[in-house]
Design a protein around this ligand. Structure first.
Ligand code: SAM
Length: 270
């Protein structure tokens, strides 16, 4: 096995700036080991001996595919089905149950990672609105996680949070060569659409308007200025009276969003 290339403080600072500029992700000083662990194989792939060489390639503007690979490697994509389940209870009991509207219901998993959050929403919607139109949209900056999300195919170890009844109704257990896996059924997959989107950039108008937006467990990687920018991009796609949900360890304190806090982590657009 070849040994690891060391990264200097100056090189780390270059990568911090580059990643921040592209994604808003704010790598703290103690993330050097993480960066080396994740990018080392790219240096090896190119036969580079220093991080400066790799940085030059990334910042030349001539290798967008490699820039995307670096972003894919540097994002943290941890997620699971029914994560922070109180938000899904809120969706079912206080948003969907009281709904009188017959318009298609649209909900957005704004940093969807590999799709577990979006498919959890889909299961809750399929139960609550069996005869009404609805759509789930998932977006992420990482193209790699989006590919996995679109497949809707997971290891059985990922199904922990899914109620038994939903597993039977909405998931297909793999057999033979697919043993040890499950697939979200086609009826749900057809109503969940994944797109590439960088939340720090203005979002395309075609994304449309949503009744509910989940922006969970991504603001932890952003500084206050990036949070402000991202929240303001997102709320332009939130309908009046729509709900905005953030992760349990996150806050919108200090961000002028015009949203009303209903309870910690749950906001509404007046
Ligand atoms: C930890 S996951 C959260 C997944 C899910 N929302 C949840 O709560 O389980 C964070 C995701 O945010 C994505 N992300 C980071 N920066 C982003 C940006 N600027 N625009 C869009 N997505 C971003 C990452 O690629 C990653 O998949």
């Amino acid at each position: 096995m070849s040994s690891e290339t060391a990264i200097t403080d100056q090189e780390f600072a270059l990568f911090q700036r580059l990643l921040y500029k592209i994604s808003g992700i704010n790598l703290s000083e103690n993330k050097k080991v993480l960066l080396v662990g994740r990018l080392q194989k790219r240096l090896r792939e190119y036969g580079f001996e220093t991080y400066t060489q790799y940085y030059r390639l990334l910042s030349s503007g001539e290798h967008p595919v490699e820039v995307q690979t670096m972003v894919d490697l540097m994002t943290t994509n941890e997620t699971y089905f029914f994560r922070e389940p109180k938000h899904f209870d809120f969706l079912r009991d206080e948003v969907l149950r009281l709904r009188r509207d017959n318009e298609p219901f649209r909900i957005w998993s704004a940093a969807s990672s590999t799709g577990e959050e979006a498919y959890t929403m889909a299961m809750v919607l399929a139960e609550a609105l069996p005869r009404q139109p609805w759509e789930v949209v998932g977006t992420d900056i990482s193209t790699q996680v989006l590919e996995k999300a679109r497949r809707g195919h997971y290891g059985l170890d990922r199904n922990e949070g899914i109620p038994q009844e939903y597993l039977h109704k909405y998931c297909l257990k793999g057999v033979r060569s697919q043993a040890g896996t499950f697939l979200i059924n086609a009826a749900l997959r057809e109503r969940v659409h994944f797109h590439h989107a960088n939340l720090t950039q203005p979002l395309p108008a075609e994304l449309g308007l949503f009744e509910v937006i989940f922006l969970r467990n991504v603001m932890i990687y952003f500084d206050q200025e990036t949070k402000r920018k991202v929240v303001n991009h997102l709320i332009q796609h939130l309908k009046k009276g729509g709900y905005f949900l953030i992760g349990h360890s996150e806050t919108l304190n200090g961000i002028e969003s015009g949203l009303q806090m209903l309870r910690p982590t749950i906001y509404r657009k007046p």
